[in-house]
Design a protein around this ligand. Structure first.
Ligand code: G3P
Length: 213
């Protein structure tokens, strides 16, 4: 499973990227708004940092607006992937961008049927929001597992990005389900690096060493 970071914060992305396991970045309007910076500038800086797919979302909800934004974002760097919400207009945009050779990440996916339609329309990635499914007392990992099974069965090229990851178990569950990618927030990446037995082990090694040398 490839690991993306779900963040628009340059320092977070820089810190995680330095560890050598980062494969890409996803952003969304909420994450960009949190930074309060120029959107295109943020995307440009992320592209300069990370050599992998960088998802940037369109804000407009109508066809021409989405297409214009998508084209402008795609011009920033060849690694930019356009994040498009799965709506009737969004599917049309995904299809037309695919025909123009622009990769898309179909976002706000909450059912396998939405993922099938996005894949058929030509989305390079589909992003099921597993944490938000859990939030409403359904099973986000079960949805992810079902979606992967269906897309694999029909040999779609579309890759699944497990999104809305909230805690370390979500990351393991996504890997176990065979998710191609998990996009993980900074705080959860920090959590999955750490283990109390690793810390205790280092402390013991250091103490033993100091007693002799
Ligand atoms: O980037 C999309 C997704 O990961 C959002 O997560 O925690 O806002 O549901 P969350």
């Amino acid at each position: 499973m490839r690991i993306f970071i779900d963040s628009a914060n340059i320092e977070e992305i820089r810190e995680i990227n330095a560890m050598g396991f980062l494969d890409g970045v996803t952003t969304n309007p909420s994450l960009v708004a949190k930074e309060g910076r120029d959107y295109h500038q943020v995307v440009k800086e992320i592209c300069a940092l990370v050599n992998g797919p960088i998802s940037a979302e369109v804000i407009s909800l109508e066809y021409q607006g989405m297409m214009n934004e998508a084209r402008q974002l795609a011009e920033i760097h060849p690694n930019v992937v356009i994040k498009v919400p799965v709506t009737e207009i969004g599917l049309r945009v995904i299809s037309d961008l695919a025909k123009a050779g622009i990769k898309t990440n179909a976002t706000l996916i909450f059912s396998s049927n939405q993922a099938i339609l996005a894949a058929r329309a030509g989305a390079a990635y589909v992003s099921p929001f597993i944490g938000r499914i859990d939030d409403i007392s359904y099973d986000g990992v079960a949805l992810l597992t079902e979606m992967i099974e269906i897309l694999d069965q029909y040999l779609f090229d579309t890759e699944v990005i497990a999104a809305s990851i909230r805690h370390p178990r979500h990351v393991t569950a996504a890997a176990r389900a065979g998710s191609h990618i998990a996009t993980v927030p900074f705080a959860v990446i920090k959590q999955i690096i750490k283990h109390p037995l690793t810390d205790a082990g280092i402390e013991k090694f250091m103490n033993d060493w100091k007693q002799v040398y």
